[in-house]
Write a protein that binds this ligand. Structure first.
Ligand SMILES: [Zn+2]
Length: 403
């Protein structure tokens, strides 16, 4: 009896899918336009797009949900323009994926009119995009377009994104520099194949994305893992750009085996002479890279700066706001979140910053619970939410004081 019900239920699900499912019947590249012919009109909610820039390649991904691929529809090799190939396949049982591989980034436009044809306009003559000027594709005027959109080109270098005034009730437009720790030849702390430089880059990108959505101008000191940026260049960059806030993101670890299970959680640091052993130890590890590259004069400047940092008070408040928000954000979803507090520490990367500057140690790679969570996208999102809320709270508090 039960099996019959199950069978009926399954048949119902399968039939419902087939009744609603779309099919990609053919694909043609005509001059600069790729045409995808479907069996029915594409619904907006069935389309997901993503741009991934990696290793000198850019991939434009289109996922068509509730869709199957007709037999015989094949990928296309292209030698025209920036495209190297147009790949298509049944990515998941109900999802067809289209990938445009490109040697360089460009802006492309896609749209659908009243017929079930999905158009992707590819600028075959797309020249290399100039830095700092995202090129806009002209809107085609057509009343019948059901939907259309321009995918932004994604560049791997430090970029400046045009921004609107924040819609979070802040009176000024603020510029935030996000600094993912380490990078390039400096992997940061390492644990069972995991590298700090990779994890902090992932989290930093989430933070940057969220801040941009809120309308902030966001700059990153690095946006890939190939490049090593000298510690002293990071705050210098923030100074040059006139940033209002500098946030460096790091992952912690401890060498003492007997403390693997004890040392865990989030700690936020601002620049201050080391008072306690922990601050000294962690700062020593984060400063290690500095001792290699810099000359004696720079090192001496560092020591002096630690004792005369003009922004200590503001940085301390930023650290307190960020620490509090991160813990709040994590505790709303996770149990067993350890609050490592806001602390002062002699971090070289914060030296020379002309704006409030902090360093967030988002967790310990040496701790099994933290290690597992730090790799998880959902946890990273919570961390990013916390950092963003902390920055916003800090700025709101500052604006209130100035009144
Ligand atoms: Zn670090």
């Amino acid at each position: 009896m039960a099996s019959r019900v199950l069978f009926l239920l399954l048949s119902l699900i399968v039939t419902t899918f087939w009744l609603n499912a779309n099919m990609l019947k053919s694909m043609q590249l005509k001059k600069g336009t790729l045409e995808l012919h479907f069996s029915k009109l594409l619904k907006k909610e069935d389309l997901r797009t993503e741009v991934i820039a990696q290793k000198g390649r850019t991939r434009y991904i289109f996922d068509f949900k509730n869709c199957t691929l007709k037999k015989g529809v094949q990928s296309i090799k292209s030698k025209k323009g920036p495209l190297s190939s147009i790949r298509v396949g049944q990515y998941k049982p109900h999802t067809v994926r289209l990938v445009l591989d490109s040697k360089r980034p460009f802006a492309l436009k896609y749209y659908q009119k009243s017929k079930p044809i999905f158009y992707i306009h590819i600028p075959l003559d797309a020249k290399r995009i100039k830095q700092g000027k995202p090129k806009q594709v002209k809107k085609k005027s057509s009343a019948k377009q059901l939907f259309s959109k321009v995918l932004p080109e994604e560049r791997e270098v430090v970029e400046e994104v045009p921004y609107a005034k924040p819609n979070i009730n802040l009176r000024h437009n603020y510029k935030i520099v996000i600094d993912p720790g380490h990078g390039g030849r400096d992997p940061g702390t390492m644990w069972k194949g995991l590298k700090e430089r990779n994890i902090v880059l992932q989290i930093a990108k989430r933070v940057a994305r969220k801040l941009r959505t809120l309308g902030f101008k966001v700059l990153m000191t690095r946006t890939n893992n190939r490049r090593y940026v000298k510690l002293s260049s990071r705050t210098r960059y923030a100074n040059k750009k006139g940033a209002d806030v500098f946030v460096s993101i790091h992952v912690n670890s401890i060498e003492n085996k007997s403390r693997y299970n004890i040392a865990r959680g989030v700690e936020t640091y601002f620049l201050m002479p080391a008072r306690d052993a922990r601050a000294k130890r962690i700062a020593a590890r984060e400063n290690r890279e500095m001792l290699k590259g810099e000359d004696l004069a720079t090192k001496r400047m560092f020591i002096n700066a630690v004792f005369t940092g003009p922004k200590i008070e503001l940085s301390k408040r930023l650290a307190i706001d960020v620490q509090r928000s991160v813990i709040q954000s994590l505790r709303s979803r996770y149990t067993n979140v350890k609050n490592g507090a806001a602390r002062g520490g002699p971090y070289y990367v914060l030296v020379g910053a002309q704006m409030p500057a902090i360093l967030v140690e988002v967790g310990y790679l040496s701790n099994p619970i933290d290690r597992k969570r730090l790799q998880d996208g959902k946890f990273q999102e919570r961390l990013a939410d916390g950092i963003v809320n902390g920055i916003v709270n800090y700025l709101k508090n500052r604006e209130r004081e100035i009144d």
